[in-house]
Design a protein around this ligand. Structure first.
Ligand code: CDP
Ligand code: CDP
Length: 211
């Protein structure tokens, strides 16, 4: 079973994808980490994230970078959003994501284009959203939990800029796949959102079985 979970920044897609992976006993890939690693790698090499050549060169990042705590920074997320607009970068990261999805028992992947581009044949697709205010508040709480300080207005603006770039790029823009279920978690605690996600996935799998 392959489950695709997409959505904008801090919508709760990662939390839901992890919980789905646990529930169904599947491996999980947070594809945003790959783009974050490319963004961080460009910066470390002194390159320019807007330059397709610099960004492509950074796609050969060392996997040790995937454990770097700086990946969490909003500054890294902004670089990820810039490098991810290059078609060359998306193509370079595609094989790795498809290979992960093709594991024998299946997998859960979360990102922006999993249901639309990476695995359009997924057995179940969710598009997780929440209001911009709720998303900024959640990211702020998360930063504080990690001992980081953040300013709400700045964070709200950074998330809005990233969403805007992700939605309006020419290559694999963030959008809800036609056959995905929308899950708005604005007013949901994590356990309620996870219960709802499991119910939606079960219903999609059942519908497919009957077809
Ligand atoms: O993966 P994404 O950036 O979309 O979001 P996340 O990392 O899953 O969630 C962002 C933060 O919101 C985390 O600290 C979650 O614990 C929290 N969250 C929440 O408070 N309520 C939800 N229904 C979902 C997530
Ligand atoms: O956790 P959050 O939703 O804030 O970000 P993320 O999932 O780690 O993704 C960081 C950035 O990588 C996004 O803003 C996108 O520009 C890019 N990304 C993408 O283009 N495609 C994906 N499948 C995942 C992330």
């Amino acid at each position: 079973m392959i489950i695709a979970v997409d959505g904008p920044a801090a919508s709760g897609k990662g939390t839901i994808a992890r919980a789905l992976a646990k529930h169904y006993g599947l491996p999980h890939l947070d594809t945003g980490l790959l783009y974050r690693a490319v963004g961080l790698s460009v910066a470390q090499a002194g390159g320019n994230a807007r330059d397709a050549g610099d960004a492509l060169a950074a796609c050969g990042f060392d996997d040790a970078l995937l454990a770097d705590p700086r990946l969490r920074d909003e500054a890294t997320a902004a670089l990820a959003s810039i490098v991810s607009a290059h078609a060359e970068v998306r193509a370079a990261l595609m094989a790795r994501q498809r290979a992960f999805a093709a594991q024998p028992g299946g997998a859960v992947l979360d990102g922006r284009d999993i249901g639309t581009v990476i695995v359009p044949q997924a057995d179940a697709k969710l598009f997780v959203t929440a209001s911009p205010e709720v998303r900024a508040q959640r990211r702020l709480a998360e930063m504080r939990a990690h001992g980081l300080t953040g300013d709400r207005a700045t964070l709200t603006a950074e998330i809005a800029a990233r969403d805007e770039r992700d939605r309006n790029r020419a290559n694999a823009p963030l959008r809800c796949a036609d056959d995905a279920d929308l899950l708005d978690t604005s007013e949901m605690a994590i356990d309620a959102a996870v219960r709802q996600a499991i119910a939606l996935v079960d219903a999609q799998v059942e519908r497919r079985r009957q077809r």
